[in-house]
Design a protein. Structure first.
Length: 245
């Protein structure tokens, strides 16, 4: 389809003799949010690191905007419009919030000035505007996650890769992060999301894949997977997804 922005086929990644990913196939369309869910050690972060050029691919291919990116360095992908927010925040701890944003903007500057791009980010993240002169390392975990997402957004990505955005956050900040992600989804930004919080991920996504021991064991519409008895038993506490959660 012409609106496919990321296409992955028969992707394999190994750590020495250990086959971490085995034959992964997935697509992300323009304006679509796709979630990858599964338990710890399933290979979720390995997949994101392989797609963003941080791990070598042993077999298979990844195509972004009709270009083979299977062995493309991370900084080239960022310049092309594929931004990865890694597990563990990904901010420059010894720089101020605003310095973090400026350096991120300079990776892929636009016709709009940094001041204009910065103001747009602050409208979405007013908490960051309040802390714009603070060191990133002095922010709370939730604020650092907001900054990590803001650093990606100021580049105007066509595809945003998010690895465990709610990990380690309080319930309040976890709710806030998913509210922000829902806003981004509704702007029709392409999003590939890896997340342990299966309920929140399936509620956010259009489509989803369940990853277990390096292979997809279920795939389909996110709302259908949320109500699949096998997925519910394995990941949702033996019950269907409550849409109010």
């Amino acid at each position: 389809m012409s609106d496919v922005i990321l296409s992955v086929s028969d992707l394999h990644v190994s750590y020495g003799p250990i086959r971490a990913l085995r034959g992964i196939d997935l697509q992300v369309h323009a304006g679509e949010t796709v979630a990858i869910v599964g338990a710890n050690g399933a290979g979720k972060t390995t997949l994101m690191r392989a797609l963003s050029g941080l791990l070598p691919v042993s077999q298979g291919k990844a195509i972004f905007l009709n270009h083979d990116i299977t062995r493309t360095p991370t900084h080239v992908l960022a310049h092309a419009g594929m931004l990865h927010v890694p597990e563990g925040r990904g901010t420059l701890q010894r720089m101020m919030v605003e310095e973090n944003l400026r350096l991120a903007w300079e990776i892929r500057p636009s016709a709009d000035s940094f001041e204009s791009a910065r103001q747009e980010v602050y409208q979405r993240f007013p908490r960051l505007q309040e802390r714009r002169h603070q060191l990133a390392g002095n922010l709370s975990g939730g604020e650092q996650q907001m900054l990590a997402i803001a650093r990606a957004l100021i580049n105007r990505p066509q595809l945003l890769l998010l690895d465990e955005p709610s990990m380690g956050l309080s319930p309040l900040f976890r709710h806030e992060v998913f509210r922000i992600l829902a806003d981004l989804r509704d702007t029709r930004m392409g999003i590939l999301l890896v997340e342990q919080n299966v309920r929140s991920a399936l509620r956010l996504a259009h489509r989803a894949h369940v990853l277990s021991q390096g292979v997809f064991t279920a795939s389909g519409d996110a709302s259908e997977l949320a109500n699949d008895p096998a997925v519910a038993a394995g990941y949702l506490g033996h019950g269907k997804l409550n849409p109010t959660l």
